[in-house]
Design a protein around this ligand. Sequence first.
Ligand code: MN
Length: 132
Amino acid sequence: MRARILIIEDDSFSRDLVKFLLETAGYSVLVAEDGSVGMSMALESKPDLIICDLQMPVMSGYDVARGLAKQTDWRCVPLIAVTAFSMRGDREKALAAGFDEHISKPIAPEHFIAQIECYLPEALRAGRRLRH
Ligand code: MN
C-alpha cells in the first residue's frame, strides 16, 4: 500500500510542485492551504506523512507541529518542514517545534522524493521493489 501524504502549504506554486512530484511517484496526496485546515485534516484523515510549510496565514507550521503534539488521540507520523526559512538556526527551531526533518526551498525536484521517502516505512514507499 502506498502512503497517503498531506501537504500543508499556502503558496500555490510550491503546493502544486510538491503535489505533482508525489503523485508522479505514485503517492496519494491531500492538500490544505493553511495551518488550521491542515491540522484538522491531519486529525481527521490520518495521513502517513505530513509535509508542512512554516510561514502560513491563520496558523504557522510551528503551531501545527505543537498543536498536533498536544492532541491526546494524535498518532504520531513523520512531520517534514519544507520552508524558505533556511538561515542559521532555522533547522534547529523546526526540530525543536516537533518536526522530524527540515528541507529548504527551493526544493530539488530530482532529490525530493528520496528525501521524504526515508521517513516512510518500507511497505508504504511507492518505489519499493518486490522481492522474488
Ligand atoms: Mn508560506
